[in-house]
Ligand binder design. Structure first.
Ligand SMILES: Nc1ncnc2c1ncn2[C@@H]1O[C@H](COP(=O)(O)OP(=O)(O)OP(=O)(O)O)[C@@H](O)[C@H]1O
Ligand SMILES: Nc1nc(=O)c2ncn([C@H]3C[C@H](O)[C@@H](CO)O3)c2[nH]1
Length: 289
């Protein structure tokens, strides 16, 4: 069995650290809250940050070889995301195995050389994680009756085993939680118009919202810092100007931390946004360095 490799700080011959340790942070939040949008802004604002996107396109096109008649092989492409939304009882377990496996693969990818050479605080950012796969989505599917108790037991067993085996390699130093009311998420989801999500209803987003809130309010998490950044501009896409604010809460989990970002609105004026994100990143650096 392989021993988990240590991340970051690879020792040089004299025992001195050769590389800056790369911090690992995941962005969590309800469907269509704005994670990818925020992640892109983070990446464009901070050269030391590398964003690993959620592998949605992989879930949308799974290639499988199929034997037709005697020797003819054809390739079928399945859209597992669509199958899961269309027939959740049949496909949720399959979906969770694949989403979790693809997240694990993403979390195990070594940081790019650019981050390892960084003189600052390099951060690898994941859109969701193996933890939200289990404690938010798979659990939700189980509670909705879309994953049966046998499937849930099997999922939890292999999830625990894998997380234990990979240990430090999949650990996170922080979580950025983007929060918006489920109704706002529904509006954003509809505006985005991803075909597979056509049947997603408000009550599903409300359940997922509660799952996120439950995880974030775990008693082991403790608020370390709280800050509110306000601002507004006329290009704001939201109709209610009083919601033009961003709240940052930072929770600590023992020596780890969770950033809790209450983002009601996205400022589409790039400069304003980048300023805010820089302030946010400085807050994060304060705590994770
Ligand atoms: N703060 C915001 N205010 C208004 N619209 C936003 C905001 N953030 C993102 N959007 C819009 O909402 C839609 C969903 O955003 P995005 O794809 O970033 O969400 P996501 O959280 O990554 O979604 P998913 O959960 O499916 O991965 C997009 O059309 C995007 O332009
Ligand atoms: N059931 C389920 N389990 C997951 O772990 C999971 N992760 C993401 N998603 C759905 C949300 C968006 O529609 C779309 C892109 O985020 O995929 C999931 N659905």
């Amino acid at each position: 069995m392989k021993t988990p490799q240590k991340r970051g700080h690879v020792s040089a011959a004299g025992g001195l650290p050769a590389e800056a340790p790369v911090k690992r942070v995941s962005i969590e939040g309800n469907i269509a809250v704005g994670k990818s949008t925020f992640a892109r802004l983070l990446q464009s604002t901070c050269s030391d940050w590398e964003v690993m996107a959620e592998p949605v396109s992989k879930w949308q096109s799974i290639q499988s070889g199929q034997r037709v008649k005697e020797r003819t092989n054809t390739t079928t492409v399945s859209n597992l995301l669509q199958m899961m939304y269309q027939d959740p009882q049949r496909w949720s377990y399959t979906f969770q195995t694949y989403s979790c496996m693809s997240r694990l693969r993403t979390q195990l990818q070594p940081p790019p050389a650019r981050l390892l050479r960084s003189q600052g605080t390099p951060v690898q950012v994941y859109e969701r994680s193996v933890y939200s796969d289990r404690y938010i989505f798979a659990l939700n599917m189980f509670e909705l009756g879309c994953i049966n108790s046998t499937e849930w037991a099997v999922y939890q067993d292999w999830h625990s085993f894998l997380v234990e085996q990979f240990g430090q390699q999949v650990e996170l130093e922080g979580i950025i939680y983007l929060r918006a009311p489920p109704q706002t998420c529904l509006e954003r989801l509809e505006r985005r118009g991803r075909a597979e999500e056509e049947g997603v209803k408000l009550d599903y987003l409300e359940k997922l919202h509660l799952q996120h809130e439950r995880v974030i309010s775990e008693p082991c998490l403790q608020v370390m810092k709280q800050q509110e950044i306000s601002g507004c501009n006329k290009h704001n896409v939201e109709s209610n100007p009083t919601e033009t604010k961003m709240r940052i809460y930072i929770f600590s989990v023992k020596y780890k931390l969770i950033l809790y970002l209450n983002m009601y609105v996205l400022f589409y004026v790039q400069i304003m946004l980048q300023m805010l994100i820089k302030m946010f990143v400085l807050q994060l650096f304060d705590v994770i360095t």
